[in-house]
Structures are given as structure tokens and as C-alpha cells.
Design a protein around this ligand. Sequence first.
Ligand SMILES: [Zn+2]
Length: 448
Amino acid sequence: MRWLLNFIGLLAVGAGVFALLHFGFLGGPQVQLQREFDRAMIDPKTSASLGGNLAWRLLFDRPGQVCAVTVELHQAERRATLFELPRSGLKDGTSLSLTDYTPVLPKLGFQEGSAVLKVIEEDCSMFRRRGQRSQSVVLDFTAPQITLTSNQHYVNQGGADVATYTTSSDAVWSGVRVGPYRFRGFPQPGGTGHFSFFVFSYELPPETPITLVAIDGAGNETTASLVPARFFPKEFRHREIPIDDRFISTKVMDIISQTSELRDQGDPLKNFLQVNRDLRIKNNDFLKQLAAKSAEQFYWHDAFQPLGNAAIEASFADYRSYLYQGAKVDEQVHLGFDMAVTERYPIQASGRGRVVFAGYLGIYGNTIVIDHGYGLMTLYGHLSGIDVHEGDMVERAQKIGNSGATGLAAGDHLHFSMLIDGVQTNPIEFWDQHWIDDHVTLRLGKSL
Ligand SMILES: [Zn+2]
């Protein structure tokens, strides 16, 4: 009998250990569900609403050790399995799109309001240990509303415009989408509606739709079309730029020596291309990130001023072919104006604003970027001297530095760019008081 008791005892202990392991008391896998946000668009602190086409991301604390994940939605007695993922589909950061489920949930009897999302995971050990976690969510199937209130939109290819609109209070992001670019909307100061500056970027085909967008905290999205009353396609100029070894051994090598992530490639052409192509992209990405620093207020009121008495050496969106030893080696688009007067000519702020960058910026050399509010910024490049610091407020026509030839510049000139939410726009419009009156003042009135 004694051996039988011992055997039963062993069995019991074994079963207990198995249960402990299986149900995760000894540390089963940990899987987290995290809402996937387009960080530029939606504040992740908004409540964990569920309903639209937001994606959720699975995060594993021990990637590679989870063999199955089930995601369930519970509300009162209702239960729906949203995802059952086998091992092959499991990677840290796996995205789960809810797009397919949103229309189904109301048909399954789920109602707007509180619900619970459960994640059940199983590890790959022989014990198949299980872990589970829950997250409360709010189901929301109702999209926000958005209505265009401005009209008579005259849009130039490569140029800007202003849309005004009203949106329901549940929208956590609203603005304008043009092709791949998104432009934030803001509450109109002193008004009841919203407004958004947007750019019809130079390279977009004329038929690219302009769309108002409102998104709520659950990811439900509403769009409305903005159809221009007139659209003016533009032909941009084509220029050939000869590059020689002297330019590379001086200008290009200077930039490489001042840029920590670049190395001498031991070949003039490779050195030129890593600056003209790769660094150009990095510098422009930096400008896109700077857009987040824009203030929600109008610093400027009057038309912007160009550099007076200057010879225009290059215009906005000139298409450039670079020639080296008689062959075309690169193509880029010149985004801005090149204006030259005399060497070390005094450079003034083209409009009132706050300096958000003052320093060395690769191809642009010594550079100042001024924020004018609501996403609008101006850039002054190739400077020989900088008089201002990051954070300074500057008045229109205040001297901020001197022209020069730093960065990728063959001679002394000012490179001037204008950006809205990091997207380059043709400055010629903002230099023109009639354009400001018709496109901005008429729509925003006293706000400006
Ligand atoms: Zn330039």
C-alpha cells in the first residue's frame, strides 16, 4: 500500500507542478497590446478607444518564446475572438489591424461603451505555459464630422492655400491631406471653426485629391473633398549644374568634415553623391521634424519680404541635372530661391517669428530657421554669419545674419526656403500682399 500512496503523491505533486507551469505562476510569457499611433497625428494619451481602423501592436517581453496569441473582446455576455495568431505570425511588434472588425462588431451585438480586450498567450515550452492580461477599452463606432466652410480655392502646383472647416468635438486630429502629406488643422483664434494651411507639393500630379480629414480617439475617420475652383499646373525649369574636382575637394569635403555621420569615401564622385543625395534627404528630414516646434499663434501679419535688390540665381523647384566629367551623375530639385547681392550682404528676417534653429545644417551650411506659427517656417541658408540664437523672437526686417557660401554653395548667396508642416512651398505667394489678402486674410479675418 505504501508504494501506491507514494505513487499517488508523486502524481499529485507532478500535476501541481504542471498546473503551476501551465498557468503561468512561474512566469509565463508576457504580451502587451499597445495601440499603434501615427505619432505625428494622434496623442497616445487619449483614452483607449476602439472602433476605427487604428492598428494595435503586440509587444513581447521575450520575443521568440510565444507560440500562440488569442485576442478576445468581451462586453457583458458577448465575446468575439478578434485574432488567433499561430507562431509563424508572431514577431515582436506584430501589427493587428482592426479595420476588418469594426463593421462586424455592431452586427455581433456589441454596443458603444465599455468593453474589455483580453490577450491570452501560450509559450513554446513543453508545458505550454499560459498568460493572460486584460485592457479596458471604449467601443466607438461613430465617425466625427467635418464640413468645409471655405470656397473659391485657387491652387498653384507647388503652392499653398488655407482651408477653413468645422468639425465635431470628438475629433482628436483634423487637417488636410494632399497626396502623402498631412497638414495639421488648428482652432481658429477668436472664431468657432478650424483652419489649416496646406501645400500642393510641386511633384504631385494635378489630379491629386485634396482632402479634409477628421479622426476621433478610436481611429474612426471622416473625409471631405476640397475641390479647387481653379488649379494652375506649373512647368518647372530645368538646369544643368557642372561639378568639378575643385568644387568637390573644397565644398563637398568641408561638409563631410563637419558632418559626424559622413566619411571620406576616397572617391570624388562618391563623396559628392553622399552629400548631394544622402545628406540632402537627412537635412530635409530634420526640417520636417522641426515643424513640430511650430507655435499655435500667428507671429506674422504682413506679406513676407524677399531679399531686396537681389539677382535671382535659382527659383523654386528648378529641376537640376548634375554633370561631372561630361556625364549626368545626379538629379535633384532645388527647393527654394537663391538670391545674390554682394558678398556678406546683410540678411533680414522675412517675417516676424521665433528662431527654432540657428547653426550648421549640412548642404544648407550655416542656417537659420524661423517659425512664424501654425506650421509656417522660413529658412536662410549658406550664411557666413549668424546674429541670432534659438528661441529669439525676431521682427520683420530685423537683421539676422550675413550671406555667404557655406554648405553646398558655389558662390556667395542666400538660399531662402518656405515650409508648411515641413513641406516646401513656393515663397512667391507669401511675398505677395494680394495673395495674402485673398487666401489668408479673407478667410481668417481678424485672426491674422
Ligand atoms: Zn539654393
